[in-house]
Structures are given as structure tokens and as C-alpha cells.
Ligand binder design. Structure first.
Ligand SMILES: Cc1cc2nc3c(=O)[nH]c(=O)nc-3n(C[C@H](O)[C@H](O)[C@H](O)COP(=O)(O)OP(=O)(O)OC[C@H]3O[C@@H](n4cnc5c(N)ncnc54)[C@H](O)[C@@H]3O)c2cc1C
Length: 425
């Protein structure tokens, strides 16, 4: 009998994991997704080389390059558009891949379509509400909001920020508000002030009273996405956040108050808040996963990965990369016990090694994310702003991007394979 894994959540990590595991006929998967089929929400994301490497290995990279905007150089600028430095967000020669800016929904759709085409079943409208473990070595029972139950040898929660599987692995481990808000939107290149005001994109504008990224986000370069990450002390209820998401006037006010002062911001930036169509404007309160002592249950029959395990604020642009890497490593870990028997004990050994390895990656990426958050923080006097710009200039002039991001973007699974080969299974 094949080992049967229930995957909860068909975001990015869920279908990626199913595709990874298709390599092993001894393991079968089925995905349960809360949302109805065709549901599309989200925002543009950047896929770093470490994400694209996984997606290439899964056979979907070519499809994504026909949709997203590939770029290598990301320019850092001050609020009036003055050049500070250039950061390589990806680099074909150095990392094997340029970076890609693309709407998250395309990545999700392409992954799900590929999984379905290759025989994976994705069942929509299935909200997991409860996990129960059967006795030793006997797997799990899943209860869904519609009253349906399903059983499996193991459940993997790829159910994102507010994971239900996390609540089983560590009861009460709710996500934590990070006191930050993301504001995103997009407009067409022709509606951008003077088609860009001569300012080369993609660019991140780091001003004294805020941060705004402006990035071409489709293959043609005609769709220009923008996002700002900002401090937002007040936590709201779920209903209030929803109300803010739908209040496009309010979102526009947040943008124009911050970026609408002509003397402070390049006209390109100022015009964005005024001209981006209502329906493109969105807000994203940033919540993070709480620190967790373990990502799997005591018996190792329930585990979490991706945002369910380690959602972080997106100032490093690496949440999806980390989730995709998780899936690649988990598939390797599970495959190492094929033919030996999937006992609780053996699962424990490989999953402990997997989690320890992944937590080293998590720390590296969290540090990078935190550095970026600090860099974008507003405040300070005009002099402090000038010093910040010089420090950024010097940092990237004397410490090339590769030294900063190389260990993140160049990741492959060689080290983890070596770790697995030393385990006594
Ligand atoms: C504003 C913003 C910008 C971002 N920018 C970037 C970026 O530039 N680069 C980057 O790499 N990352 C970025 N991220 C982070 C990235 O989107 C996430 O890290 C990534 O989507 C995580 O993938 P996942 O599969 O773990 O979770 P998700 O993509 O969140 O998928 C979770 C899935 O589980 C489903 N689900 C939830 N609960 C249940 C349940 N109880 N039962 C069944 N199904 C359930 C959901 O409907 C969803 O489909 C950004 C995030 C935000 C909010």
C-alpha cells in the first residue's frame, strides 16, 4: 500500500509538494483546499533564484517566464528618484536565474494546473477544522467544515498564515500582528507619469516619510505594480481589516497622504497614488507565525511548512522561496525512508533532520528580511536621511549584492542530501 499524505492548502507550497512527491510512486497525495476552484486573490510577488530553481525542477519555470517580468537589477533611490545603488535581486550568471516579478495567482494557478495534469487530486471547498491522530503508526483523521471526514497516513499543513494544522501541532499558536501594513496596487505603463519620468524600473524608493517599490510585473512590462510597507500600530479585527481592504478611498488616502507631497516625492510616485485604478488597490496587514518549538506533532504524523510554519513580513521578498525550498527538502526526507517502512520512529528521525536544516535557512532569511525592514523604516531628520542614503550607497559599493544575498539565492539541496545520508534509518 502506498503511503498516503493529505496536503491541506493549495496555495504555493501545497501543489509544489504534491508535484515533488509525484516522483515517488510509493507515496500518494491528495490536496484539500478551503477556497472554491478559480478563486484568485493576492498580490504581485518577487520570485528569487532559490524559488525559481525549485519551480524549474518541478517543470513549471518555462510557463512562468511567459507570464512574469524577469529582471536582475533592482535600483535603490531616494524619494525624488535620485540613484543610490543597485542590488542584484537575481542574476543569471551568479545564481543561474534572474529574479521574476509576477502575480501570485499565476504562480498558484500554474502549479495547480501542472499538478492536476499529472494526476493530483485537488478538492476545493474543504476547510480543515480538526485533526485527530489514530493510535501508533496508524495515521490521521481530518474533519472538514462541511462535516466530511478523510483519513491519511500523514497530514502536511500548507495552509498558510492562519494554519488549522498548526493549531493541532501546537494548540493556541496563533499568528501575531507585526504592526505593519502593506499597500499594493498596479497601473498600466501608459498611465504612469510620463511613462516613468526617465526613472529606470524596477526601483525601490526610500524616503524620509516612507517606502515605495515600483516594479514592472508582467512579461510586456506594461503592468506596473507598486507596494509600500509601513508601520501600522493599530491592530484591527478581521471584519475591520476586511472593511479597510474594500475601502478603496481610504487606501488611496493612505497613499496620497504619504506620497502626495510634491516637494518630497518624484512626480512618478506622487502620480501613482492618484491614478492607480480603485480595483487594484489592496491592503495587507502583516501577521507572522509565532515561534514554534516543533513543526510536527509528537508522532510526526502531522506537520506544517511554508507560511503555516514560518510566515514572516514580506520585506525580504522570500516567503514563497522558503516555502518552496521546504517542499523540495521534505520530499527528499520522505523519500529516504521509502522501502524501509514509514514508522513513527523513522519519520521522527528524518523530520527532525528536515526541520533542523530548514530552521538554519529560516534564520538566514529572517535576518535578511529584518535588515530590509529597518532600511525601509521612515523617520529621522533630513540629515539622518542623507546619512542613510550614503550608508546604503557605501554598503552596496563595497559589499556586493552577492556577498549579502549569495547564500540565500544560491541554495540547493546538496547539504541536506549529505545530512540525510548520515542518518541511521
Ligand atoms: C503583501 C505580500 C507580499 C508578498 N511578497 C512576497 C514576495 O515578493 N516574495 C515572496 O517570496 N513572498 C512574498 N510574500 C509571501 C508569500 O506570498 C507567502 O510566503 C507564500 O504565499 C506562502 O505559501 P504557502 O503555500 O505556505 O501559503 P499560502 O500561499 O498562503 O497558501 C495557503 C493555502 O491554504 C488554504 N487554507 C487556509 N486555511 C485552510 C484550511 N483550514 N483548510 C484548507 N485550506 C486552507 C488557503 O486558502 C491557501 O490557498 C508576500 C506576502 C504578502 C502578504
Amino acid at each position: 500500500m502506498p503511503f498516503n499524505i493529505a496536503i491541506v492548502g493549495a496555495g504555493l507550497a501545497g501543489p509544489a509538494l504534491a508535484l515533488e512527491l509525484l516522483r515517488f510512486p510509493e507515496i500518494t497525495t491528495r490536496i484539500y483546499e478551503l477556497r472554491p476552484e478559480g478563486y484568485e486573490q493576492g498580490q504581485h510577488i518577487s520570485l528569487a533564484p532559490n524559488a525559481l530553481r525549485v519551480l524549474r525542477n518541478l517543470g513549471v519555470y518555462e510557463k512562468l517566464t511567459a507570464i512574469g517580468n524577469s529582471y536582475e537589477e533592482l535600483h535603490l533611490r531616494n524619494s525624488i528618484g535620485g540613484y543610490i545603488a543597485t542590488f542584484h535581486n537575481g542574476h543569471k550568471r551568479d545564481y543561474g536565474f534572474a529574479a521574476m516579478r509576477i502575480h501570485r495567482r499565476h504562480v498558484q494557478r500554474v502549479l495547480c494546473e501542472e499538478a492536476i495534469a499529472r494526476g493530483v487530486q485537488i478538492i476545493h471547498g474543504m476547510k480543515l477544522v480538526k485533526v485527530t491522530e489514530r493510535s501508533r503508526d496508524k495515521g490521521v483523521e481530518l474533519l472538514f467544515g462541511n462535516g466530511q471526514t478523510e483519513s491519511a497516513d500523514m497530514v502536511v499543513g500548507t495552509d498558510g498564515l492562519h494554519s488549522a494544522v498548526r493549531q493541532y501541532v501546537q494548540p493556541g499558536a496563533d499568528s501575531i500582528y507585526a504592526h505593519m501594513l502593506g499597500v499594493t496596487g498596479f497601473l498600466s505603463k501608459k498611465d504612469l507619469y510620463n511613462q516613468g519620468d526617465g526613472i529606470e524600473l524596477p526601483s525601490h524608493f526610500i524616503g524620509r516619510n516612507g517606502f515605495l517599490a515600483v516594479m514592472p510585473s508582467d512579461l510586456s512590462g506594461n503592468e506596473i505594480g507598486f507596494f509600500s510597507t509601513m508601520e501600522f500600530p493599530e491592530e484591527k479585527s478581521r471584519e475591520e481589516w476586511n472593511a479597510l481592504f474594500h475601502d478603496k478611498n481610504k487606501i488611496r488616502t493612505i497613499l496620497t497622504e504619504r506620497f502626495g507631497m510634491e516637494q518630497d516625492w518624484a512626480q512618478l510616485i506622487e502620480s501613482i497614488g492618484k491614478t492607480a485604478p480603485d480595483e487594484t488597490l489592496c491592503t495587507w496587514p502583516f501577521y507572522v507565525a509565532p515561534p514554534l518549538s516543533s513543526w510536527s506533532s509528537a508522532s510526526n504524523r502531522a506537520l506544517i511548512l511554508g507560511d503555516a510554519a514560518h510566515a514572516m513580513i514580506p520585506t525580504g521578498g522570500l516567503g514563497a522561496s522558503l516555502a518552496l525550498e521546504d517542499t523540495e527538502c521534505l520530499a527528499l526526507a520522505l523519500s529516504s525512508i521509502i522501502g524501509k517502512g514509514f514508522t513513527d520512529k523513522r519519520l521522527g528521525r528524518v523530520l527532525d533532520a528536515w526541520e533542523a536544516h530548514r530552521k538554519v535557512r529560516l534564520k538566514l532569511i529572517q535576518d535578511f528580511t529584518d535588515r530590509n525592514r529597518r532600511m525601509r523604516q521612515p523617520g529621522g531628520s533630513p540629515i539622518a536621511q542623507v546619512i542613510k542614503e550614503w550608508v546604503l550607497w557605501a554598503a552596496l559599493r563595497f559589499v556586493p549584492s552577492g556577498r549579502i544575498a549569495g547564500p540565500i539565492y544560491s541554495y540547493d539541496t546538496t547539504d541536506f542530501k549529505n545530512i540525510l545520508s548520515t542518518l541511521d534509518l
